[in-house]
Write a protein that binds this ligand. Structure first.
Ligand SMILES: Cc1ncc(COP(=O)(O)O)c(C=O)c1O
Length: 387
């Protein structure tokens, strides 16, 4: 302790018990959530009810004003639905980043589609848009982009490729709620966009997700697929004689989860500003020559809401991780290249940027409980470390 930040911003979130050390992640629960949940528990609706509708409306207003949100049970549920809505079927190929949470790619296997891994851009760890076109075949139906850590993929280029080859674009924005690409929400560049409210995301509903549709016309089908293939509002009218003609799922969000989302959304700007402040502390104060920070500065209207802060450690990543853990600072790799998991087949040999970075990246804590002084302290540990 005892380090002063240059621009001491707020740290209005209660700080951690020093004995806990500094964990890599910490869930945010808004104080209002307790009352909100209590009200729902005392009401007729604890499954999907009016709070889910309200959360969708508020999310639309704040995050995706020109598109159409459908609240779901998790980001993974949302991705599965996005792939179905994109028309991806058994045997189809989908070009997708090799470096991401497995949740990006596992739902492709639910459908028996084939993930075709593209390499990463070494500056952002997002999909390398120059490594896509040569992977397109007659079977390719879609491209998936992930905004790793909150930094947007190159949507302008992705849109051009999708237009040229008539492919759907799915944005896995599980980590990039609020991020703007060239002044616009990511959902305006993608056919389908998916956010996650899993426990440790910037906004959490304990578990939950938001599937966002570019086109209003997809809304009835998306809602049916979320609920057993049934038009729920029609059925609630009483006598219902309609058929179920497609396989639906039970992928809805509950009102209890929506209560957490509604109360957390009120803190969205503060949470993002705090993350930005901590990110900037690392950016300005890490001076160890062995280390670089994954960063794309805000420019041309692109505004990043960071969820992760990732450093690239030239040599000795695990040693640094262990040394920081000795000081009570938790860091980790969080995600691994997906082609190392046998469920996706075998390790690929044509991903040179991924090969180069796979033993080098490490994620630092930037959540709402990390104080400015603690971030400064972490910088000092990193600067003093030698391998
Ligand atoms: C990139 C990415 N995609 C998908 C998911 C899945 O989201 P969820 O855990 O809400 O299912 C996550 C996070 O967990 C993620 O980080």
């Amino acid at each position: 302790m005892g380090f002063e930040a240059k621009n001491q911003p707020m740290n209005e979130f209660p700080i951690l018990n020093p004995e806990e050390g500094i964990p890599l992640f910490y869930p945010f629960v808004a104080p209002e959530a307790f009352k909100e949940v209590e009200d729902s528990l005392n009401s007729r609706w604890i499954g999907q009810g009016p709070k889910v509708d309200l959360f969708e409306k508020q999310f639309q207003k704040k995050i995706v004003p020109n598109n159409f949100p459908v609240a779901v049970g998790s980001g993974t549920d949302g991705l599965h639905l996005a792939y179905i809505l994109s028309g991806i079927k058994e045997g189809d190929e989908v070009i997708t980043p090799v470096f991401t949470c497995t949740a990006t790619n596992l739902p492709l296997l639910y459908i028996k589609a084939k993930p075709v891994f593209a390499d990463i851009n070494p500056l952002t760890m997002n999909i390398n848009v120059d490594d896509i076109e040569h992977r397109i075949t007659e079977k390719t139906k879609a491209i998936v982009a992930v905004d790793y850590g909150g930094v947007p993929a190159d949507y302008e280029k992705l849109n051009k490729i999708c237009e040229k080859y008539q492919l759907k674009l799915i944005g896995d924005c599980a980590q990039s709620i609020g991020t703007l690409y060239k002044g616009r929400p990511i959902s305006e560049y993608c056919d389908f966009t998916v956010f996650s409210f899993q426990a440790i995301k910037t906004i959490s509903t304990s578990d939950g997700g938001m599937l966002v549709l570019k086109n209003y016309g997809d809304l009835p089908l998306a809602k049916r697929l979320r609920w057993f293939g049934i038009d729920r509002s029609e059925k609630q009218k009483g006598i219902w004689e309609n058929d179920v003609f497609e396989i639906g799922y039970k992928y809805q969000m509950t009102d209890i989860a929506a209560c957490l989302g509604i109360s957390s959304l009120k803190y969205f700007e503060k949470l993002v500003n705090h993350r930005k402040s901590i990110f900037e502390i690392y950016l300005e104060n890490i001076s160890n020559k062995q280390i670089n920070l994954i960063n794309t500065p805000d420019k041309n209207g692109t505004s990043i809401c960071p969820w992760l802060c990732t450093i690239i450690v030239e040599n000795g990543r695990i040693d640094l991780m262990n040394k920081l853990r000795e000081k009570g600072v938790e860091t980790a790799q969080v995600h691994y290249r997906n082609d190392r998991y046998s469920v996706f087949g075998s390790r690929k040999k044509d991903l040179p940027n991924m090969d180069y970075l796979e033993d080098k990246y490490l994620v630092l804590p930037i959540h709402h409980k990390v104080s400015i002084n603690q971030a400064m302290e972490i910088c000092q540990y990193i600067n003093e470390w030698q391998y």
